[in-house]
Design a binder for this molecule. Structure first.
Ligand code: C5P
Length: 216
């Protein structure tokens, strides 16, 4: 069976960094599923659509071209906000399901990060992490990242964004962000990137040993 490493958690928790380092370590392909929702949001906004219109959002998701994930716009603050609004629609989630599910079936393994990977997309994943950090720490990281991308924005606004996004992602009816019962919690609030990666690697190695697979 494919060795799926599912990495879930809230915005700017460090999950993307941890996921890409794990992918490099094991030589596995990686999918950042947040980009899919971001690209759907951007697509809908560019077409002049309404993010709260479930039918239009689902159509945008069904017509998604993977080349759209490469656009710089999908990494903006506005795209993150749009993503979390289109992500509440069950039709959008259903439209993106097969692509994500197919990715997890790749041999010998894969790393996939998002909000519902361990709960909905790959509940059978042998290695599951739920990466988090305090909202203030996450806001500081996201703020610095956006400044680096040339976006001028106040820290307080980012903190408000993060809190609103946590609430929306955790409170929605369809596939809410939640830690799977068998996921290991990794709080990176007081960790450097290297420490977070080392901790994540230990979690994955334990899961590998348990699943009877040899370390790669
Ligand atoms: O991870 P990122 O911040 O790029 O995700 C953007 C938004 O996409 C999240 O706030 C969430 O609403 C949505 N998302 C989701 N399920 C995923 C990945 C992202 O609902 N698996």
């Amino acid at each position: 069976m494919a060795f799926i490493i599912a990495v879930d958690g809230p915005a700017a928790s460090g999950k993307g960094t941890v996921a890409s380092r794990l992918a490099a370590l094991y030589g596995y392909p990686m999918l950042d599923t947040g980009l899919l929702y971001r690209a759907v949001g951007v697509r809908l906004l560019e077409a002049g659509g309404d993010l709260d219109d479930a039918t239009a959002a689902e159509a945008a998701a069904r017509g998604l071209d993977l080349a759209e994930l490469e656009k710089a716009q999908v990494r903006t603050r506005a795209a993150g906000e749009a993503a979390s609004r289109v992500a509440v629609h069950p039709g959008v989630r259903a439209a993106l399901f097969d692509l994500q599910r197919g990715f997890t079936l790749r041999e010998p393994g894969s790393v996939i990060d998002g909000r519902d990977i361990g709960t909905v997309i790959a509940p059978e994943a042998p290695a599951k992490l739920f990466v988090t950090a305090r909202p203030e720490v996450r806001a500081d990281r996201r703020w610095k990242q956006l400044l680096g991308q040339g976006e001028t924005v106040a820290y307080d606004e980012i903190l408000a964004d993060i809190r609103k996004r946590d609430e929306r992602d955790g409170g929605r009816a369809s596939a809410p962000m939640t830690q799977a019962p068998d996921a290991v919690l990794l709080d990176t609030s007081e960790m450097t990137i290297q420490q977070a990666f080392d901790a994540a690697r230990r979690i994955v190695e334990t899961a590998r040993a348990r699943s009877g697979d040899l370390p790669g």
